[in-house]
Design a protein around this ligand. Structure first.
Ligand SMILES: [Zn+2]
Length: 89
């Protein structure tokens, strides 16, 4: 089995990692909300991509959840009213 003839010095080894610094990434702006976004990716703030809504955001889900719970509450309330009406007769 081939084996390296001698140990690589720390200097030689570390030179390999010297060029692995952080790179500045390219950013574009969302056409809908002007948020900085990664190119070719949907906006995380508003969920738009190429002028079209493609992803539901956290805020959207919160709104939907509130609507659902409100509807459920209303349904419960109407059911209780019906039961109350029946028992009073
Ligand atoms: Zn956006």
């Amino acid at each position: 089995m081939p084996v390296p003839k001698r140990k690589r010095s720390r200097a030689r080894r570390d030179k390999r990692f010297a060029n692995k610094g952080l790179k500045i990434k390219a950013f574009t702006q969302c056409a809908n909300c002007q948020e900085s976004i990664m190119p070719h990716q949907a906006c995380t703030a508003c969920g738009h991509y190429k002028g079209r809504k493609v992803v539901s955001t956290k805020a959207d889900r919160a709104v939907k959840r509130a609507e659902t719970s409100k509807a459920k509450e209303a349904h419960k309330g109407s059911a209780k009213q019906a039961i109350d009406a029946q028992s009073s007769e």
